[in-house]
Design a protein around this ligand. Structure first.
Ligand code: DX5
Ligand code: ZN
Length: 219
């Protein structure tokens, strides 16, 4: 089994203190920094763009796990790569040519992630699975933190694990949305090895992020 990694979403951090929030996450044992990029078009919310990511990079040596919820995503990939994204995750619905966008991320020397919305089937990316480093399973509809976990998406994790075995390929399986101390065990058991969490990490136990990261990992 792969080591379980926690990728805190800074969507729930204090936006007026993002630099110190990221430092705090690194000190608390986070494995990655999850950055939710939203355009008010692909999803009904707006967040941050490349200049903010670029300035945040100076505050941590952790890898930036950048989740792009923007369309058309293709022409922005380079800007996020230049800003310092280490993993670039895109949604198949947000690009006209998924193969071209995957290749673009690879050409830039970055890790490629592809994300499946709750209603998007594994079949949509099946033929690409040998080219990608990570599949991000959305367990809420993207757009906002603090939503309720949708257990029905767990079947997709099982499906992906079966494809890995059958085709003898490897990629990380990340899960994003509504992860808490109650469901972290079942998502890990289903086969996810990277857990994104915003609300649970920043708001539980009076914001004791070290405790919250440790609790998510130990389930
Ligand atoms: C939703 C984002 C998530 C979200 C996670 O569109 O992709 O990363 O911020 O937040 P919680 O853990 O609060 O569901
Ligand atoms: Zn996300």
């Amino acid at each position: 089994m792969k080591k379980i990694q926690i990728s805190p979403s800074i969507l729930s951090a204090d936006f007026s203190q993002l630099g110190s929030e990221i430092k705090r996450l690194e000190e608390a044992g986070a494995d990655l920094i999850h950055v939710d990029v939203m355009d008010g078009h692909f999803v009904p919310n707006l967040t941050i763009g490349p200049p903010v990511i670029k300035s945040l990079k100076k505050h941590s040596s952790l890898k930036f796990d950048v989740h792009l919820m923007i369309t058309p995503v293709h022409n922005y990939i380079e800007a996020y790569s230049d800003a310092g994204a280490d993993i670039i995750t895109i949604h198949p619905e947000a690009t006209e040519d998924l193969t071209a966008s995957i290749l673009k991320i690879k050409d830039l020397g970055k890790k490629v992630g592809v994300s499946l919305n709750p209603e998007t089937k594994v079949n949509v990316i099946k033929q690409h699975l040998n080219q990608i480093d990570l599949v991000l399973i959305m367990s809420v509809n993207p757009g906002f933190g603090g939503q309720k976990f949708m257990p029905e998406v767990l079947n997709k994790i099982k499906e992906l694990k079966n494809i890995q075995k059958e085709k003898n390929i490897d990629f990380d399986i990340e899960i994003d949305g509504g992860i808490n101390f109650e469901n972290s065990k079942i998502v890990i058991e289903a086969g996810a090895n990277i857990l994104v969490s915003g609300t649970t990490i920043f708001k539980s136990n009076n914001g004791d992020i070290k405790k919250n990261i440790d609790l998510l990992k130990s389930r």
